[in-house]
Design a protein around this ligand. Sequence first.
Ligand code: 6CM
Length: 258
Amino acid sequence: NSDDEDVFFDPEADLMQNKITHRHSKELNKRIQEHLSLIDRSGNEDSGWDIIAEDGEMKLYRKELVINGLICDPLKAVHSVGSVTAKEMCHYFWVPEVRKDWEKTEVFQVLENLDEFTTINYQTHKQVWPAAQRDCLYLSSMVKVDSPPCAGDKTPHDTWIVCNFSVDHPEVNSVPGCVRALIEVALICQTFITPPKDGGPITRDCLQCDIVYVANVNPGGWAPASVLRSIYKREYPKFLNFYTNYVQEKRKDLEILF
Ligand code: 6CM
């Protein structure tokens, strides 16, 4: 597809600091713009999203969606955690080196580096009986957003996004028996800073990181609907709590990364 070869640069639409130039640039840029429209959390309750789990600051929303008999419910979570920055939150979600610290994938491989902040990954997820095991093959990119859409009355110090979506790759060595799940996931993070009243230096106590996480997963083949929905309802909050605690712990004695 010749479109894929284009170097995408549109000064009007280019919100990103990184000038994205690889074969999936155009698609990546488009998806990032779409995800960014979700930063505004004001309308969550009345725009077709049902809240399905809540734990402190963390809220998980769902829209029921069935495509060809497969449960493809879009999920969206909002969260807010202290003591870390948006860049730190996105960094550990994106870097391959720490994946096994917070995600229980069985196989995890980086097939290609498209640029310094973009990889194509293959991974397998634990099998859940009686469904077949799932794998996924996706592009993952971490990008700083320079002019995010306005959300609420607070102005963020900075905005970062990790955008993951399914792609093909000629060199994938799929694990036999796995069914390919199609994913579109984004982690959008914004840092808010409350400077100390005495004019002292910014410490971790001054930091708040607002998070929007979205996941559109098509299981790719048969999976029992009720089991899948109850797994999602349990596992996404578990992931968000575990992952955000992980980043807080990881950074607590380290310098602040903006
Ligand atoms: O976003 C998360 N992880 C990312 C990095 O790996 C990435 C992966 C998303 C995977 C989504 C799950 C794919 C498989 C789902 C199909 C399950 C079918 C089983 C049948 C059961 C009856 O974006 C964290 C993902 C956290 C998930 C809880």
